[in-house]
Design a protein around this ligand. Structure first.
Ligand code: URP
Ligand code: ZN
Ligand code: ZN
Length: 478
């Protein structure tokens, strides 16, 4: 045995038990009574949880129409490890006119600096016949999930294009994830807000109210049902949107929902802070109101929302070409890039506001941050749980430790965090990646390149249901 972790309380999505762990060759080989080992970690007083799996991170990625934030797989990975996360899925962007083959080759190289294990979703912005024909090859390289946008000028697909992607995904055994907001409604509102002189960051929320997200969510689900293609809705912001998803789930559709800490802890009022400060809180969909948070926690407890990712989409506020102030501090909200950093703060904020505050039990915390994302994206049981045969990706938590979040503490490469100054209760004091101590007491200990690419093989959860709207299987015809 290479390593024994002794005396901790081991938490999984199934429950909490007192157990020691034995690790050999980066894999968990014993749980319970563990024999002699070359190295020992004393975990008394600590929770031993699976390393977090963050299935929505923008690392080393140029976002269509927004640019590239400063975090890559090294700096973002460092922050992830310090915050208890060991696996992340980032994005490969296809820009209009590009082939998938060229973007995949380029994007895979960006993972070479990784200190976490990683995989990719492919963003499709231009689903030409030639590009759709490339999807099987992409899937063979282990990129088994696609992301499409129903909004953003540079990225949005219309319904016809979305249907083509859904059908191509079904033919190739790929999963589809979607950003749901109504493009035309946002454009219409934005024009009128700007014409009325309403330009400040807070009007970002006014330009994309809940109904805009709810309509697109319902539409995305309906089109996926038509094609019989499983679907995940990214970054659900409010209970009204989750209700649409819950209704579909109760009808037996394969539709899953993700949210992020920003929709549980930040509000539209944060964008009304003085000066340019509000830009730090701008993301899409928009954070809603304080009163919406309770409904979101309830949707998590009910299991309608099964995943909480970070949507780490981190642009500096200032000082770089892609910073949020790139068009000046009085730029209209429309011209400020969207997104908040969160890969390092995701788990501490969620543990504190969820488990420590009594809103979630520990099992649900593990399920939504590690087990469910690993299952939904084909990484389970190697990732996302503590079991014999799983990778020894672990986070050791002091559940009573009080920490005040600061940007410096998070060690990402971005110049701010929207959770600056927030005190959290519960902190990951040590993180292991495949049995190696990857972070301890605020220091990341791995060498650049220690992370591994995770190709994703076929798995049952994302198989279509085999239920067609009217018996004609249109998706089979390319
Ligand atoms: O505001 C956000 N969410 N920015 C990141 C891009 C996306 O939509 O995921
Ligand atoms: Zn999105
Ligand atoms: Zn995102």
């Amino acid at each position: 045995m290479d390593l024994a972790i002794r005396g901790g309380h081991v938490g999984t999505a199934e429950g909490l038990t007192r157990a020691d762990l034995g690790i050999a060759n980066g894999t968990i080989v014993q749980i319970g009574e563990v024999g002699a080992a070359a190295r020992e970690i004393d975990a008394r007083g600590l929770l031993v949880l699976p390393g977090g799996v963050d299935t929505h991170c923008h690392l080393a990625q140029v976002e269509p129409g927004m640019g590239c934030g400063p975090d890559d797989f090294y700096t973002g990975g460092r922050s992830a490890l310090l915050g208890g996360t060991t696996t992340a899925i980032s994005f490969i962007s296809q820009f209009k006119g590009e082939t998938l083959d060229s973007v995949v080759r380029e994007s895979f190289r960006r993972g070479e600096r990784a200190v976490i294990d990683y995989s990719f979703h492919q963003i499709i912005t231009d689903p030409s016949e030639a590009v759709l024909a490339e999807i099987p090859g992409l899937v063979e390289r282990g990129v088994r999930s696609l992301k499409v946008f129903l909004t953003y000028d540079a990225a949005r697909l219309d319904d016809g294009q979305f249907l083509k992607v859904l059908a191509a995904a079904r033919r190739s055994g790929a999963f589809v994830t979607v950003h749901c907001e109504n493009y035309d409604a946002i454009g219409w509102l934005t024009e009128r807000l700007l014409a009325a002189g309403l330009r400040a960051p807070k009007y970002h929320a006014w330009s994309r109210p809940k109904v805009v997200e709810r309509e697109a969510t319902y539409r995305a689900i309906a089109l996926a049902e038509l094609v019989d293609q499983p679907l995940q809705i990214f970054h659900v912001s409010c209970a009204e949107v989750a209700e649409e998803i819950g209704r579909a789930q109760r009808r037996g559709l394969k539709v899953w929902a993700e949210t992020c800490p920003q929709y549980l802890t930040l509000t539209a009022a944060d964008m009304d802070r003085p000066g340019f400060e509000g830009a730090k809180y701008m993301c899409s969909p928009s954070p809603r109101d304080e009163a919406d948070h309770a409904g979101m926690w309830e949707m998590i407890r009910q299991g309608v929302i099964g995943i909480v990712s970070s949507d780490h989409s981190a642009f500096n506020i200032t000082g770089s070409a892609d910073a949020k102030d790139r068009h000046g501090r009085d730029a209209p909200f429309r011209d400020i890039p969207n997104g908040v950093p969160g890969v390092g703060s995701r788990l501490p904020v969620l543990f504190s506001e969820g488990v420590s505050a009594g809103r979630l039990d520990l099992e649900t915390f593990v399920a939504i941050t590690a087990t469910n994302p690993a299952k939904l994206f084909g990484l389970f049981p190697k990732k996302g749980t503590i079991a014999v045969g799983s990778d020894a990706d672990l986070s050791l938590w002091d559940p009573k430790k009080r920490v005040t979040i600061t940007n410096a503490l998070l060690q990402h490469n971005v110049d701010h965090t929207p959770w600056e100054g927030r005190e959290v209760i519960g902190w990951p004091v040590m993180t292991l990646l495949r049995g190696e101590v990857a972070a301890r007491d605020g220091a990341m200990l791995l060498q650049e390149g220690a992370g591994r690419y995770l190709p994703r093989a076929p798995y049952g959860l994302i198989q279509p249901r085999g239920v067609l709207a009217n018996g004609f299987d249109a998706a089979r015809i390319a």
